[in-house]
Design a protein around this ligand. Structure first.
Ligand code: PA5
Length: 386
């Protein structure tokens, strides 16, 4: 199990009440997901992944924000063995980047997993247009349709409508789970399966973190729960005026895990003029760039080290940083990850989802909406219409 190296004062009654609110929230479906997984859906996902592995050298994952960061985080961290190379598109509006990915796929056999809950986001829509055309050109309309996997809303949106009309294989983003909390749904599961991630182990890890019986509260030691401890520590630090949290990892392959964390906390907490700015570093490379600031710059920061099991030399750097930055006057929290594998990442994903939702509630904001993201999408739509 994940361990934290600090102990916070926890208001148990308030925690219990907030957790009950999250569970009852129309967007709280992720909370019990590891224990209430749709087994039939998982079997369909595995079947689709097998088909993709049999007929493709590349899988183009098209999506942005919560529709790509979570699975990219796990895939890039674990670097599992697979014959299929996963590439990502539709996460920017850069034509140069799109062309680069198209060139990389080149003449290889490929399939597409287009992921968009709303089915209307511009970045993935444009990339999908381009890759769909490439697929049709290579295989003809009929075979192309069999190589498109659409993960979207069960009933609504342009992508849903097209998928139904053209008969693409469809997977559902559940109504009660938002983008950044959707790593363990079909959004993340299909690409992860294709990439060779053992998703059963991932769910097992998440399930262990979610071992508390959320139906009955009897016998649940909330105060000892590391995610609860971490959420309250964040609340205490925020109350003391710290306004920036720097997630620090010592494993270069976890850059995208940090990116997912920034999205999770940024979109969940940053509203109504509230929130802690989520930043990240990867050591030891960043010790030679941002290390100076961490050691000696403005003291509005705290550092949260995600301590993955590592080799002896790297572990010494973790120790050195903890001591040096602590002496430099910034609070240093450590989250100890039990294993660098699917189980460990399953635990981590659930740990941060729970801690983030609780933190946002403690800050008095809704963890599950993202009005700011919608605001920019609307402005962009207006400009594109012109
Ligand atoms: O977390 C979120 O809700 C957002 O980051 C969305 O995932 C992102 O905007 C993409 O939206 P959609 O899946 O509707 O294309």
């Amino acid at each position: 199990m994940i361990k934290v190296n600090f102990s916070s004062e926890v208001d148990e009654a308030r925690t219990k009440q907030i957790l009950a609110e999250i569970k009852a929230d129309p967007m709280g479906g992720w909370m019990e997901l590891p224990h209430k997984y749709d087994v039939g859906e998982l079997a369909r996902i595995k079947e689709a992944a097998k088909k993709i592995q049999e007929e493709s050298e590349y899988l183009v994952c098209i999506g942005i924000g919560g529709s790509y960061l979570g699975h990219r985080a796990v895939i890039e961290a674990l670097r599992p063995e697979s014959e299929v190379k996963i590439v990502y598109a539709g996460n920017s509006l850069s034509a140069r980047e799109l062309q680069y990915v198209m060139n990389e796929v080149g003449d290889h056999d490929f399939s597409i997993n287009v992921i968009s809950k709303s089915g209307t986001t511009l970045e993935p829509a444009i990339a999908f247009d381009a890759f769909r055309a490439k697929l049709v050109e290579k295989y003809g309309a009929e075979e192309a349709g069999g190589r498109i996997y659409a993960t979207t809303d069960a009933n609504r949106g342009a992508l849903h409508d097209e998928a139904v009309e053209k008969g693409y294989t469809r997977f559902v983003v559940p109504d009660n789970i938002g983008g950044r909390y959707s790593v363990l749904t079909a959004v993340g599961m299909l690409p992860m399966c294709v990439a060779g991630v053992d998703v059963d182990k991932l769910l097992e890890g998440a399930g262990e973190m979610c071992a508390s019986d959320f139906e009955k509260w009897d016998g649940v030691d909330l105060v000892a729960n590391p995610a609860v401890q971490y959420a309250w520590m964040r609340h205490i630090l925020r109350g003391k005026g710290y306004d920036t949290e720097v997630f620090a990892s010592f494993e270069p392959a976890t850059i995208y895990f940090n990116e997912w964390l920034k999205q999770l906390f940024g979109e969940s907490e940053g509203k109504e003029r509230q929130g802690v700015w989520p930043a990240s570093v990867v050591y030891s490379t960043d010790l030679h760039s941002l290390g100076q600031f961490m050691q000696d710059g403005r003291r509005n920061i705290w550092e949260t080290i995600i301590d993955y099991p590592t080799d002896e030399t790297n572990a010494k750097v973790v120790q050195a940083v903890r001591t040096a930055h602590g002496a430099g006057g910034i609070p240093v929290l450590t989250i100890g990850v039990p294993s660098y594998d699917e189980k460990g990442f399953g635990e981590l994903v659930y740990f941060f989802e729970l801690a983030c939702a609780l933190s946002a509630k403690l800050a008095g904001v809704n963890p599950f909406d993202q009005p700011g993201v919608k605001a920019y999408k609307n402005e962009l739509k207006k400009l594109m219409a012109e």
